[in-house]
Design a protein around this ligand. Structure first.
Ligand SMILES: C[S@@+](CC[C@H](N)C(=O)[O-])C[C@H]1O[C@@H](n2cnc3c(N)ncnc32)[C@H](O)[C@@H]1O
Length: 181
């Protein structure tokens, strides 16, 4: 994994932290011939890591600053097998071909998972920080007969204080995997 501080960051644009990227990448079980869509690419943290391990990535975000930041990070890390697309994923997914999906942003998640199912995408990984969104993703994947795995990852970073390292907790992230076939 690329350390978080090596990514170009812009205020207000989130990034998936290194340890969460590591587990999420593991859950995607990437192959060299996979074409992956990154729904809600943010700073491009996941986009870069996915692109390094597969054939091609479509990185989508509704936010201008996210598109700019992802584009800069792709350039910084020399990633060429990626197309960045500005817009709401629900309006873009029908026009692109891919076989795996990573969901980092959950706006209009109902339409997004409906489309992924219609396109017969057999492997979906989603990250959520908000409990209600995790429940929404789980229910939708079950509705479309995906086999669902739910993992909650809590990361703490050691902060050096006078008597040793004190662990500082980060927000737990729910990583949901839906598979079928
Ligand atoms: C938590 S950030 C993703 C961070 C990213 N995985 C990274 O490593 O840098 C979520 C992003 O999803 C975007 N987003 C949310 N719903 C979306 C949708 N339906 N279509 C496109 N982008 C979306 C937001 O604008 C935001 O930039």
């Amino acid at each position: 994994m690329i350390p978080d501080d090596e990514f170009i960051r812009v205020e207000g644009v989130p990034i998936t932290k290194e340890e969460i990227r590591a587990v999420s990448i593991g859950k995607l079980r990437l192959n060299k011939d996979d074409v992956v869509v990154d729904i809600g690419c943010g700073s491009g943290g996941m986009t870069v890591e996915i692109a390094k391990r597969c054939k091609f990535v479509y990185a989508i975000d509704v936010d201008d600053k996210a598109i700019e930041t992802t584009t800069k990070n792709l350039k910084k890390f020399g990633i060429k097998n990626c197309k960045v697309i500005k817009g709401n994923a629900k309006e873009i997914l029908n026009d692109i071909d891919f076989n795996k999906a990573f969901i980092g942003g959950t706006k209009d998640i109902e339409e997004i998972i409906k489309t992924l199912n219609k396109k017969e995408i057999k492997h979906i990984v989603a990250n959520t920080i908000v409990l209600e969104n995790a429940i929404r993703v789980i229910s939708l994947l079950e509705k479309y007969n995906y086999n669902v795995e739910v993992v909650n990852v809590s990361v703490s970073y050691g902060k050096k204080i006078s008597i040793g390292y004190m662990m500082m907790a980060k927000n737990p992230i729910t990583i949901i995997t839906g598979k079928k076939g």
